[in-house]
Design a protein around this ligand. Sequence first.
Ligand SMILES: NC(=O)c1ccc[n+]([C@@H]2O[C@H](COP(=O)([O-])OP(=O)(O)OC[C@H]3O[C@@H](n4cnc5c(N)ncnc54)[C@H](O)[C@@H]3O)[C@@H](O)[C@H]2O)c1
Length: 247
Amino acid sequence: MIKTGVLGAKGRMGSQVCRTVDAAGDLELSAAVDADDALDSLAGCDVVVDFTDPGVVMENLRWCVAHGLDVIVGTSGFDDMRLAVAAEWLHRAPGTRVLIVPNFSVGAVLMMRFAQLAAPFFESAEIIELHHPAKADAPSGTAARTATLISAARAAADLGPSPDATASEMDGARGAVLDGVHVHSVRLAGLLAHQEVLLGGHGEVLTVRHDSLDRASFMPGVLMAVRGLASLPAGLTVGLEGMLGLG
Ligand SMILES: NC(=O)c1ccc[n+]([C@@H]2O[C@H](COP(=O)([O-])OP(=O)(O)OC[C@H]3O[C@@H](n4cnc5c(N)ncnc54)[C@H](O)[C@@H]3O)[C@@H](O)[C@H]2O)c1
């Protein structure tokens, strides 16, 4: 049995993770921790899963790594600076693993890969991410990661910036720019988590779109991560790609 602790256990994602862990024959829900609960009950867990808030996740992660606990982080907001801080903490806790997963949905991971594969073949690339209005951060972690992947693929193909003659603009009209890629965030009642990557070339547009229609879409990825964490090398891993055999 894999002893599993959940941080953010009363939240939308955390409560579903608790139910999923409870229902899995090979996992045991050893600790369910939410805001204001002591973290001590996580001691002894084989794996801790964090679905909390970008404002508190670093403190949770610091505590877990300092206590030698392996952690899977689903909470968004992990930019390069946060990844570097996590790597530094792990350097001082040899043998401990942290897996940061910007998106647990297998379809979303494939959407990112398809966008990365297509990026060198199109002169323009922009991202539209669309989420439920209770989402605290914008742009989404998935959009940020997609922008990074597209940017690296474009750089490797010696593509310059996407063409854009905008000479004057209202603040925000062209979205946020991440690694040179424009990202537009929509927050709308009725939505859950959706993303479109628009790739434009000569007389054609390729759209790669993914829709998470229910939080259940994240659970197979969460289970895969919990079951596979012990076989990852110690230190920091980002994304489910390795576990899915996508390199
Ligand atoms: N990686 C993915 O695939 C994925 C998918 C969906 C959501 N997310 C991200 O997961 C995070 C949580 O999303 P949600 O919709 O469940 O949010 P939510 O607001 O419903 O839940 C967050 C929970 O964390 C709790 N919490 C706050 N501070 C805490 C602390 N210090 N310790 C423990 N618990 C604490 C809150 O009380 C709440 O119950 C967000 O950052 C969201 O963007 C990631």
